[in-house]
Design a protein around this ligand. Structure first.
Ligand SMILES: C[S@@+](CC[C@H](N)C(=O)[O-])C[C@H]1O[C@@H](n2cnc3c(N)ncnc32)[C@H](O)[C@@H]1O
Length: 291
């Protein structure tokens, strides 16, 4: 969604649930912001139930390319902004971030909760001319920073529907505060009813995983939950018939990597939301009204 010139900027940053543990090394072209001394419990507060035990899968998302955004807007008859500064929130393994920082003209910033993700994207751009600061700060910390520029483009892919209400609020406030007037915010999110057939399957998987001993690693709990769900799909015809589309969804996910399953289904926040009020556009409008 684009913010037009003249739209007011929401400047309030609400109380943060965790301390700002950022360390900055001004002057670095590729800046590593590590918060090694951040208290683990505080990070867990900021994660708000997001899976941290298993790193995500490797994926490239062309929708996060500013050049593609510009082409799409031009096709729609809208003059797009020049993109000198850009930011990706929740960049995962950072393939998109690295490719856009190396191949494009913009200077990039980004953050992700997992230190392993940050390490990967930093390794990907090491030795290149990319101008990229890949932080491993939770949104609550990154979004409250005062040393970030105004961004011409902010993008997040596969994040909005997977994080807590508090983290979505944080993202909305960040966009309101940091998106330059005329800049573009790209948000992908899941919507009901498309995801409705998956809901009973997710509930079964989560309940089964939660019932395993807490000492069991998440990957093993996920494997046990998948085996349980597979057996139920085979044996419980009434359950399958009561949920149209469920069997097809099961066939889609049954061979997926445990890393994908962990981030897709096993976060504490409910995954699929469909109401307009909770959509990014709804949230953005509610922030605009408050300004
Ligand atoms: C489903 S993954 C998507 C990753 C990437 N955008 C992609 O599509 O490949 C969601 C990402 O959001 C990150 N994330 C979740 N909660 C976060 C938080 N509170 N602060 C920063 N990053 C967070 C996760 O670590 C994860 O990499």
């Amino acid at each position: 969604m684009a913010s037009g010139p003249g739209r007011c900027i929401h400047r309030g940053i609400h109380a943060l649930p965790c301390k700002d543990a950022a360390k900055h090394r001004p002057g670095d072209t590729i800046r590593a912001v590590d918060d090694a001394d951040a208290n683990a419990a505080e990070r867990a507060d900021c994660a708000e139930g997001y899976v941290e035990e298993i790193p995500y899968t490797y994926g490239y998302h062309p929708d996060l390319d500013p050049a593609r955004m510009q082409a799409a807007l031009r096709r729609a008859g809208i003059e797009p902004p020049e993109v000198a500064t850009a930011c990706e929130l929740g960049y995962g393994q950072g393939l998109s971030l690295a490719i856009h920082a190396v191949a494009g003209r913009a200077r990039w910033w980004g953050t992700d909760l997992l230190a392993a993700h940050a390490a990967n994207v930093r390794a990907l751009v090491a030795g290149t001319a990319a101008r990229l600061e890949a932080a491993d700060q939770p949104f609550a910390v990154f979004c409250a920073r005062d040393d970030l520029p105004q961004f011409d483009f902010i993008g997040l892919y596969g994040v909005w529907s997977w994080v807590s209400e508090a983290n979505r609020d944080c993202i909305v406030r960040f966009a309101a505060r940091r998106l330059r007037p005329g800049g573009v915010l790209f948000v992908s999110y899941n919507a009901l009813p498309g995801w409705a057939p998956m809901s009973p399957l997710r509930e079964l998987l989560v309940a089964h995983a939660a019932a395993q001993p807490s000492a069991m690693p998440l990957a093993a709990r996920i494997e046990a939950a998948m085996a349980h769900a597979g057996a139920r799909v085979l044996r419980d015809a009434a359950w399958v018939e009561a949920h149209p589309g469920l069997e097809a969804e099961w066939r889609t996910i049954r061979h997926k990597d445990v890393a994908y399953l962990a981030h897709e289904f096993f976060n504490a926040a409910p995954v699929h939301r469909g109401s307009r009020a909770r959509s990014p556009a709804g949230a953005w409008r509610s922030v605009s009204r408050r300004c």
